[in-house]
Design a protein around this ligand. Structure first.
Ligand SMILES: NC(=O)c1ccc[n+]([C@@H]2O[C@H](COP(=O)([O-])OP(=O)(O)OC[C@H]3O[C@@H](n4cnc5c(N)ncnc54)[C@H](O)[C@@H]3O)[C@@H](O)[C@H]2O)c1
Length: 250
């Protein structure tokens, strides 16, 4: 049984979708959670968590702003005493044809999805090294290595493929400090994000590409993050855990 009692987690992009669900499932398993995002919703997520008996802190935090990230990590250590788990979930998912894509579109996606993951990781590592313990879970995407239902995502695919490369290489660097780093590779998850970029027909075609013939629920990703965040996942590092209902099987 997973028991995260006395563990402290920081989750990015936790106002809604997969991040919110991850924060809640970590808390249901005993962790205290710092709930961060750039949009409204962190207070609601934090209040729900407190109902489970875990501590929760809501902090506005833009993953592209290194100073802000460092300040939130510092406040976490001051208020909760440690930092064991980082869930790098924040991400954006805009579509642009390559022809229309501007350098600014490209940089925005890379900055949030890839550099944001790097910024948060660098900020938590000193505390994790000192504790000689840490669990970092990065949310990538099937789009990072498998081109399926939606095109016009070259920047997104590059950012999420980058998250896999970062995870695998950095896992080697941090292993000596008792820290694991793994990536989750979700397929189509019913958070509203896929619906915001795809027509209904296109989305339905994507759903039909999954072995289960349905989208995943945010909790199904949160459960996988929580497993990798647990002590029980002690011999797993640099791994890609595909959670896609069989979407990349064909
Ligand atoms: N939903 C899917 O089908 C799917 C599939 C594969 C991967 N993913 C990945 O899962 C993660 C969560 O996606 P979701 O579907 O829950 O979408 P979502 O839009 O509900 O959640 C993403 C969150 O990230 C936050 N965010 C955006 N920019 C930020 C920034 N600069 N700093 C901090 N937070 C920021 C948003 O405000 C939002 O709350 C993303 O990284 C996404 O790429 C989602």
């Amino acid at each position: 049984m997973i028991d995260l009692t006395d563990r402290v987690a920081l989750v990015t992009g936790a106002s809604g979708g997969i991040g919110e669900s991850t924060a809640k499932v970590l808390a249901e398993n005993g962790a205290d959670v710092v709930v961060t995002d750039v949009v409204d919703g962190i207070e609601e997520t934090a209040s729900t968590i407190e109902e489970t008996g875990s501590k929760a802190i809501a902090s506005e935090m833009d993953v592209t702003d290194e100073d802000e990230v460092e300040a939130v990590v510092e406040a976490t250590l001051d208020e909760l005493g440690r930092l064991d788990i980082l869930g790098n979930v924040a991400g954006i998912f805009p579509t642009h044809t390559l022809e229309e894509m501007t350098k600014n579109d490209w940089e925005q996606v890379i900055d949030i999805n890839l550099t944001g993951t790097y910024n948060c990781t660098q900020a938590v590592l000193p505390a994790m090294r000192e504790q000689n313990y840490g669990r970092i879970v990065n949310v990538s995407s099937a789009s990072g290595g498998h081109i399926g239902w939606s095109n016009d995502l070259a920047h997104y695919a590059a950012s999420k493929g980058g998250v896999i490369g970062f995870t695998r290489s950095a896992a080697l660097d941090v292993a000596q400090h008792g820290i694991t780093m793994n990536a989750i590779v979700p397929g189509l998850i019913d958070t509203g994000a896929p619906q915001s970029v795809a027509e209904e027909e296109e989305l339905e075609a994507g759903v039909q590409m999954t072995a289960f013939g349905r989208m995943g629920e945010p909790e199904e990703i949160a459960n996988a993050v929580t497993f990798l965040a647990a002590e029980e996942a002690s011999y797993i590092t640099g791994a890609k855990l595909v959670v896609d209902g069989g979407y990349t099987l064909v």
